[in-house]
Design a protein around this ligand. Structure first.
Ligand code: PA5
Length: 419
């Protein structure tokens, strides 16, 4: 069973999943309720479902104008945030940005390493800097510490008043300390929509502002997502079929999903996927553990485990059909390889791995991505957000909360209060 055959879409291929048409079809009625919930306007935290089609035009214009102003104002742009307030933007920028065109993008506040931040501040010394702090709650300690460090750096460089013109804030529309500070200090600010949670917020100002600063076409990104945002019957709904397949595989003891990328530029996209599925499904003792591998790199490390180790996983391969660049293997290489294109060899790696894994009885799902462009990035984000939500509904969990994350924060605060 495949998604609509349109070539201009991200498509799912379940041919290697070891699941039969009948098995997948049997999930249709179980998924129907979830599909309906996604279409119901009152459903909690589903603001991202209609947003690509209904994005406020004025707000979009302001994002692009602000991004353009930032591009002219600085040569170093620091995105401060963690989890859903950072990973989506980084995924897009690492996948799509042309290095050297526009400011270099740095990241802060996604860890609390003194070493990382000391090095970052040193690196920023001789540069013209703008910063963008992103936190829906405004209470996240990782981003708060990094924001304080970078505000000090700006105040030292430009004076407090001028520094404020280089600070951009993306936070709750009304409440929280970051919102209050933005209003008080006059930072240019944007709102994280109330009905959209962190890991579903890539296609809101949270992702779109930094992505646009990196020179990536955010209109194309939104139209890619909009293109696949209409409700579809199960037979054409690739995201629903994928949700069905992964839940069936889970019930057969495949408790780990390994996302496999064939293009290194997608490394942070797989990080984003791990957060999306891990935080959305891993609760109430349930969930498929999301992992990731890079081909062919990891075939020379974990490949052995995949082929012959404990078979508790299935693979989801992100297959880019037309990678943006290519090279010819030079004549000086092994004669069986000379003259081939590297993309041909990369493809042979994937097909070879799939053939070997098929023989080992490993279930594989292939997601075909026509190209690495903003348009298909938008589709990928929307496809996986939809699939993850449907999958969570199917498993009977709330795909939009993360009560477990709060628990480490509470313990950490107790420890910090004693220091
Ligand atoms: O997906 C989520 O909700 C989380 O990963 C948050 O984005 C992350 O914890 C950061 O939260 P905040 O934006 O409130 O700083």
């Amino acid at each position: 069973m495949r998604d609509s055959s349109a070539a201009n879409r991200v498509r799912i291929d379940l041919g290697g999943s070891l699941l039969s048409f009948v098995q997948i079809e049997s999930m249709k009625s179980h998924l129907a309720a979830g599909q309906q919930r996604l279409e119901s306007p009152g459903e909690d935290f589903t603001g991202w479902v209609r947003l690509p089609k209904e994005f406020n035009k004025q707000e979009l214009r302001r994002i692009k104008e602000t991004a353009e102003a930032i591009r002219h104002k600085c040569d170093a742009f620091v995105v401060i945030g963690i989890g859903g307030s950072y990973l989506g933007a980084r995924a897009a920028i690492e996948m799509l940005a042309d290095k050297g065109a526009g400011p270099a993008v740095y990241y802060a506040g996604h860890n609390v390493s003194g070493t990382y931040h000391a090095k970052l501040l040193e690196e920023l010394q001789g540069k013209d800097v703008c910063i963008c702090v992103i936190s829906k709650s405004g209470t996240t300690i990782e981003s708060n510490i990094a924001f304080a460090l970078l505000k000090d750096l700006l105040a030292e460089k430009y004076g407090k008043e001028k520094a404020a013109e280089r600070i951009y804030a993306i936070t709750d529309p009304k409440s929280g300390t970051l919102r209050q500070e933005a209003e008080r200090e006059g930072y240019e600010s944007f709102a994280v929509p109330e009905n959209i949670g962190g890991r579903y917020s890539v296609l809101t100002p949270v992702g779109l502002l930094p992505i646009s600063v990196a020179g990536i076409d955010i209109d194309a990104m939104l139209s890619g997502a909009a293109e696949i945002s209409d409700p579809l019957p199960f037979e054409e709904d690739g995201a629903a079929q994928y949700a069905a397949a992964r839940n069936l595989l889970f019930s057969m003891g495949k408790v780990i999903e390994i996302f496999e990328i064939c293009e290194p530029g997608m490394e942070y996209f797989s990080e984003w996927l791990k957060q999306l599925f891990g935080e959305s499904e891993g609760k109430q003792g349930k969930g498929i553990f999301p992992a990731s591998l890079q081909l062919s790199t990891d075939l020379h490390s974990l490949g052995q485990f995949l082929q012959e180790g404990n078979q508790i996983f299935f693979e989801t391969i992100l297959n880019v059909e037309s990678p943006p660049r290519d090279m010819v293997v030079p004549e000086s290489a092994d004669e069986s390889l000379a003259g081939l294109s590297m993309n041909q060899v990369n493809r042979a790696v994937v097909l070879g791995m799939m053939a070997a894994h098929q023989k080992a009885g490993i279930p594989m799902i292939r997601v075909d991505v026509p190209a690495m462009t903003p348009y298909y990035f938008g589709q990928l984000v929307y496809f996986f957000e939809r699939a993850c939500t449907l999958s969570g509904y199917l498993a009977g969990v709330n795909p939009f909360d993360q009560p477990g994350v709060e628990k480490y924060k509470a313990e950490m605060r107790k420890i910090l209060s004693k220091l």
